[in-house]
Design a binder for this molecule. Structure first.
Ligand code: ATP
Length: 231
């Protein structure tokens, strides 16, 4: 479904992502892990078209998307929930959700299904998102991405800044997406959660991939060592 070949992303002279290649097939649940500054967000943004690619190729459903805009990628079925949620704080939950809708993509997701999936948003439907709790904002951001009926959902640090209880609630919703067959690539700082949630873990260190393995076949120590660059 997603094929990334030899990707380089730079900030000026600095190579934040260096020669990264991955393959994601339909139905995969993949956690991208790595220490702060490893290049995870940069990698996700480049896949989603939110950052220019310096070199390498990205293809999605057998089409080369390396040079396409982020909105074109959303229309093709690739949606990113960015770190920090990026909601319009002066707009209501419903208005933010409707911004995610694209006429080009048909599918099962509509605004009522979002409210069924995230019941805590029902009472907040007409509230400005700036007044919501962190968990409600995160649910709105995920809901907005789902409105485009993505085939590949990319989530960047959904648990950032949320209390453990709220993180559990957000993950329960993502689990329902996973169980419904959505292909998911997510960045998760909590190693234990990443390993438990996903079938596969990809670990980045200083812009490169240092581990790409099925979680069931991999000892925790191997993942921890890759994370800290001890391999
Ligand atoms: P975190 O978990 O802290 O979000 P990360 O693994 O997502 O880390 P990135 O945010 O992708 O890492 O950052 C990778 C590297 O690129 C870091 O060294 C960071 O300082 C640098 N970087 C990120 N954004 C920019 C930018 N806009 N300009 C210059 N350097 C940047």
């Amino acid at each position: 479904m997603l094929s990334v070949h030899n990707l380089d992303v730079r900030y000026g002279q600095f190579r934040a992502v260096q020669g990264v290649s991955i393959e994601i097939t339909q139905g995969d649940i993949v956690s991208l892990i790595g220490a702060n500054g490893a290049g995870k967000s940069t990698f996700l943004k480049a896949i989603a078209g939110a950052l220019p690619i310096y070199s390498g190729r990205v293809s999605f459903k057998d089409q080369d998307i390396t040079d396409t805009s982020s909105s074109t990628r959303v229309q093709q079925g690739l949606s990113l929930v960015p770190e920090g949620r990026r909601l319009f704080s002066e707009m209501t939950v419903e208005e933010n959700l409707l911004l995610g809708k694209t006429v080009q993509r048909q599918g099962d997701w509509d605004i009522e299904r979002i409210f069924t999936t995230f019941p805590n948003l029902v009472k907040r439907r007409h509230s400005k998102t700036g007044s919501l709790s962190g968990g409600e904002q995160q649910a709105t951001a995920i809901g907005r991405a789902l409105m485009a009926n993505p085939e590949l959902l990319i989530l960047d640090e959904v648990s950032l800044g949320l209390s453990p209880l709220v993180v559990d609630q957000v993950y329960a919703s993502i689990e329902s997406l996973r169980d419904a067959g959505t292909t998911i690539l997510l960045v998760e700082q909590d190693l234990e959660r990443a390993i438990t949630f996903s079938q596969r873990a990809i670990c980045m260190l200083e812009g490169r991939i240092v581990l790409d393995k099925l979680t069931a076949d991999t000892h925790r120590d191997e993942i921890t060592q890759a994370y800290f660059g001890l391999n």
